[in-house]
Design a protein around this ligand. Sequence first.
Ligand code: HEC
Length: 107
Amino acid sequence: MRRSRPVLLGCCAALLGAASGAHAQGADAARISLLYAQTCMACHTSAGSGAPQAGDAQAWRARVEQGMDALLEHTIDGRGGMPPLGSCMDCSEADFEGLIRFMSGAK
Ligand code: HEC
């Protein structure tokens, strides 16, 4: 199941409003939404890119089982069709972790 773009934008507008009051766990939600839209989304919300799609729990299950450390390492080093840092030069490790949790549903 793919998250459609309107849902994503709807979520982001709400998050932008709520972010200042939210107690941030790592990077805040508004920043994650923005970074996602600017970088990861090009592949992770693009069927046929070969990337596991955001919100597709089945596609992420085996990857998530590797653990967050491995996912972070693979994102930072690049993996298969994914360039190093997932093309996000401004992302911190906390940002990557937030982005990965957002896409994969990892706890
Ligand atoms: C140019 C396309 C592209 C972009 C941009 C991209 N990815 Fe990926 N990503 C991929 C592809 C393709 C894979 C599957 C790689 C494989 O396993 O062969 C992948 C896999 C992953 C994985 C799973 C790695 C694993 O260990 O299985 C994570 C986590 C990930 N991406 C995070 C991100 C994040 C975070 C961003 C944004 C900062 C991002 N990606 C941006 C293409 C992309």
